[in-house]
Design a binder for this molecule. Structure first.
Ligand SMILES: Cc1cc2nc3c(=O)[nH]c(=O)nc-3n(C[C@H](O)[C@H](O)[C@H](O)COP(=O)(O)OP(=O)(O)OC[C@H]3O[C@@H](n4cnc5c(N)ncnc54)[C@H](O)[C@@H]3O)c2cc1C
Length: 286
């Protein structure tokens, strides 16, 4: 079995489709700035945080046309039929996509959620392998601090393994600020015989209120000492961002020093926080 540090490192950046054409023009500029950093790939979220699902195909097509950086669309299965997934995956294959981030997704509240043909991400991974064989590199989600709906840690780890057994090639994590949670997760999955790279997901810290809201929803923990420092900055956004930068920089450095196979940055469609981390980590010679 390969350890995480034996893996080829991959560095990637995530975007979400904007809701308006003007918003998408802005994201295009951000993307072009990021393309200069030569990431291994961009990923584009699917219906996350209320963004439209159609916007994902549109943005993925634009990135594919720009032909600067490979692109991996996220695809989630909750409330989708096999036919819908088939149509979407065929559309991606037609434009040359060969990598997918495969997720269950969350039912939007008040959506009249009808269940669809899939209940969990492992079922979608299985369906993709059945229908498209090895046409796609399949990436799945991992939760070092466990998924918010997890029955318990052990069950959640076994559920992660189901996705790997169904054919996932690699994983990227939910964001976290406690490196030990990541290393503990890696130890646990290795004991289960899981043999794929698990790339840490990193969320820059730029706004305390927003981060606290996201973290409550997705089950990521903001350690107490970080929360207290962030709260104390109040409206002093420059100091908050500098502190947030130092925290995430040290986190990334420790993860890489101890063998993490790359980093996936949640860009939130903003260039500066990730570019600063990227440059100070020495990921590109500008
Ligand atoms: C890197 C990353 C990117 C993301 N991108 C998006 C996005 O673009 N769009 C979006 O809507 N959301 C996105 N999400 C959020 C994600 O959809 C949610 O976290 C969702 O709640 C779980 O998705 P999953 O694929 O991890 O689900 P699963 O792996 O299916 O797990 C969900 C829960 O069900 C349990 N479980 C899993 N399999 C089984 C099973 N067979 N039987 C019983 N229980 C099971 C697990 O333990 C877990 O508690 C992303 C998350 C991450 C970490």
């Amino acid at each position: 079995m390969k350890t995480q540090q034996d893996r080829q490192r991959r560095f990637s950046l995530e975007f979400f489709p904007a809701r308006t054409p003007e918003g998408n023009d802005k994201v295009r500029e951000v993307r072009q700035g990021f393309a200069a950093l030569k990431p291994d790939y961009f990923s584009v979220t699917f219906g996350a945080g209320g963004s439209t699902r159609d916007g994902t195909l549109e943005m993925v097509t634009q990135i594919s046309d720009e032909a600067q950086v490979p692109v991996a669309p996220h695809i989630s299965c909750i409330s989708s039929s096999r036919e819908e997934i088939t149509g979407l995956v065929n559309a991606y294959q037609k434009i040359g996509v060969n990598q997918l981030v495969v997720l269950r997704g969350d039912a939007p509240s008040g959506s009249g959620y009808d269940g669809g043909d899939f209940s969990y991400a492992n079922e979608l991974v299985e369906f993709l392998r059945e229908q498209w064989g090895d046409a796609f590199h399949i990436e799945v989600a991992a939760y070092p601090e466990f998924h918010p709906e997890a029955v318990n840690a052990e069950v959640d780890l076994h559920n992660f393994k189901r996705k790997v057994d169904a054919g996932a090639d690699s994983a990227m994590t939910q964001y976290f600020y406690n490196a030990d949670a990541y290393f503990g997760f890696i130890d646990s999955i290795e004991k289960l015989g899981v043999d794929i790279p698990v790339v840490p997901g990193i969320m820059p810290i730029t706004n305390y209120t927003q981060l606290a809201r996201f973290s409550d929803r997705c089950g990521a923990e903001i350690p107490r000492w970080i929360r207290h420092r962030l709260e104390a900055y109040g409206d002093d956004m420059d100091s908050l961002r500098d502190f947030g930068h130092e925290v995430t920089l040290q986190l990334c450095q420790r993860l890489l020093d101890q063998g993490a196979p790359g980093i996936h940055f949640y860009s939130m469609n903003r260039i500066e926080p990730c570019r600063r981390l990227w440059v100070e980590l020495g990921l590109v010679d500008l």
